[in-house]
Design a protein around this ligand. Structure first.
Ligand SMILES: Cc1cc2nc3c(=O)[nH]c(=O)nc-3n(C[C@H](O)[C@H](O)[C@H](O)COP(=O)(O)OP(=O)(O)OC[C@H]3O[C@@H](n4cnc5c(N)ncnc54)[C@H](O)[C@@H]3O)c2cc1C
Length: 164
């Protein structure tokens, strides 16, 4: 269900700013539903943003709990955060943390074809390192590549408080 951010003044709507968050962050927390119970896995990601449509590319082993879940229920909720800077104050309530984050819901698809897997791994490495890497059939044989189309997403930023 699409819901607006409660602290609207912290919402980030500028696409370039959202892309900046996706570039700086390196980890996505992928939330799944395993027989009615939540399960969350942190993973590295690559991304594409095409006309405002966000897709994430993940890779991992060929077996495991998350794959078992996603084959049954591909619905996911993702969370990405960066720019984490704690700040202090005189009282406990004046302490806090600056952050930038993106969250959204989407569907995961396990990519089966070799060309698609290579493409996903290239995107992952580009986001993670800023560099271009080549892959061959043999290299992709032992990994699973997942694409998540994030159908709805929001972004939020908590800046450093201005205390004059
Ligand atoms: C910063 C970071 C980045 C990562 N990047 C990747 C990535 O890009 N690709 C990737 O495949 N994995 C990555 N991992 C590992 C990932 O979090 C999972 O451990 C891994 O993907 C296996 O998931 P699974 O559901 O198949 O695990 P399984 O081993 O099948 O899970 C079985 C049980 O093991 C426990 N478990 C699984 N993972 C963890 C964990 N991370 N910490 C503690 N307990 C756990 C849970 O209780 C789970 O129920 C990363 C982890 C971290 C912390």
């Amino acid at each position: 269900m699409k819901r607006g951010i409660t602290r609207r003044e912290r919402e980030v709507t500028d696409l370039n700013e959202i892309i900046g968050i996706l570039d700086r962050a390196k980890i996505v927390h992928v939330g799944m539903v395993d027989e009615g119970k939540p399960y969350i896995v942190p993973m590295n990601y690559g991304y594409t943003m095409i006309d405002g449509k966000l897709s994430l590319y993940l890779h991992g082993a060929t077996t495991g709990r998350k794959l078992d879940i996603l084959r049954v229920n591909p619905d996911v909720f993702v969370e990405i955060d960066t720019d984490i800077v704690p700040f202090e104050g005189e009282s406990a309530c004046q302490h806090g943390i600056c952050y930038s984050s993106v969250m959204g819901e989407g569907k995961a698809e396990i990519i089966e074809d070799v060309e698609g897997k290579i493409d996903g791994l290239k995107k992952l490495m580009k986001t993670q390192t800023g560099k271009d890497f080549e892959f061959n059939d043999k290299m992709v044989g032992g990994v699973t590549v997942i694409r998540i189309d994030v159908d709805e997403y929001t972004a939020k930023k908590r800046p450093m408080p201005n205390r004059g």
